[in-house]
Design a protein around this ligand. Sequence first.
Ligand code: NAP
Length: 248
Amino acid sequence: MTQNSLAGKCALVTGASRGIGAAVYQSLGASGARVCGTATSAEGAETIRAAARGFDGCGEVYDAADADAAKVLLSALAEKGFAPDIVVCNAGVTADGLLVRMKDENWERVLQTNLSGAFRLARASLAGMMKKRWGRLIGISSVVARSGNAGQANYCASKAGMEGLFRAIAREGAPRGITANTVAPGFVGTDMTMQLPEKLREEWVKMIPLGRMGRPEEIAAAVVFLSSAGGDYITGQTLHINGGLAMH
Ligand code: NAP
């Protein structure tokens, strides 16, 4: 990827304060894009702004579970002359538990944040992309969308829903030069996975043919690829990055 392959593009990354989103924010910026990242708090947004290494970066507050948040976010960005060409729906949460005991609130929170949040942000972003007849929508899904995972019925449903959503967007966006794809990471070292018991993490790593967890930068590289010219003819796909944990 050339260093300036995304020069002139504006990229929006949700959940950029930590983990995969933070790596995506840096990688898109390193590729020449102007990048805005989001966090759920003002402190997080400021951290994102300050973390921009050698590119034009900004941070905004955004709660994906809030029904008005996408519109408010895009209006705030429009005031700064920032109309996203690339939108990465990365913000995500888990609230694990076996289905028989899963509380409605844990189902709702995960679906609202991971799926409805992506739906609303994609919907709000599309008009600007359609006008430009160019756009890249990328959702961060998960290996478990396809494989399933005991204790994550809400999370698996949200990610499988996201993959379906993005395939529909791919069909609707194609005539206007807009691609929509999802990236499905396997087991990546971030706060989300570090909160799991060490023993469980070790069990997971044993199942990965490449013998280690993924790094956030390895997911970010795929996002940059899909956003750049190399991704021009790719739409409606899910790109699996999991060290061989699942082979489809
Ligand atoms: P993480 O380290 O837990 O970071 C989560 C990010 O999402 C943070 O920036 C957080 O912001 C933001 N966020 C949390 N709740 C939000 C909300 N309601 N609205 C908007 N933003 C919110 O997670 P990660 O591991 O980097 O995961 C990033 C994405 O990759 C998620 O969609 C996750 O499902 C997916 N994924 C991760 C793995 C993995 O192994 N780590 C595997 C497959 C898929 P604050 O800092 O403000 O809380």
